[in-house]
Write a protein that binds this ligand. Structure first.
Ligand code: HEC
Length: 158
């Protein structure tokens, strides 16, 4: 009888040890998982900011368009159009010329009409130091008047 009680007591004690062992294991697992997630996020974040430093032209990440109104919305639309239409493959916004002249500061030297013409009829006037027939002359067909307005607003914001 006494042995039975003892045995039972040992069994219960063992069981409790096991339980606390598992509980600790689970906790450690959780903790480790959270740590790994934090690490991943911070490493990912610094890689992204590193890439941004290397290639970024100092542009802000695109703000969600639904929060914007008026001129801000027009500029944001223009920024997106410059990407989707491949303009930024030739035009930078950081002051460095590429295949085409940089857009930074351009609006200070020309008016809206010049910018519109430069987009829809690129050979009408050739920017100094650049060649004709490099910029596609197809935007007149593929962009709407609203698109061109948005692009002009964006270029003027730089
Ligand atoms: C394949 C390269 C290329 C692409 C793509 C391109 N451009 Fe150009 N762009 C040029 C070159 C080269 C010039 C300079 C020659 C000229 O004036 O046509 C130029 C000139 C301009 C100018 C006048 C710049 C100045 O300093 O006078 C504007 C404005 C312009 N592009 C806007 C755009 C827009 C908007 C898009 C996209 C819808 C675009 N470009 C796409 C190459 C490109």
């Amino acid at each position: 009888m006494t042995t039975d009680v003892k045995e039972e007591a040992t069994e219960i004690a063992d069981e409790q040890k096991e339980k606390s062992f598992f509980a600790r294991g689970a906790l450690l697992g959780l903790f480790g998982g959270a740590l790994a997630a934090i690490l991943l996020i911070s490493v990912g974040g610094s890689v992204v900011s590193l890439l941004d430093d290397v290639w970024g032209s100092g542009e802000e990440a695109a703000a969600p368009a639904d929060d914007l109104t008026g001129e801000d919305l027009l500029i944001e639309t223009g920024r997106n159009l410059a990407t989707t239409n491949g303009c930024i493959g030739c035009h930078s916004t950081n002051g460095l010329d590429g295949t085409g002249p940089t857009w930074q500061g351009l609006a200070a030297t020309v008016d809206d009409d010049y910018l519109i013409r430069a987009i829809i009829d690129p050979n009408a006037e050739i920017a100094a130091g650049f060649e004709p027939d490099v910029m596609p002359n197809t935007y007149v067909d593929t962009l709407t008047t609203e698109d061109v307005d948005a692009l002009v607003a964006y270029i003027k914001s730089l």
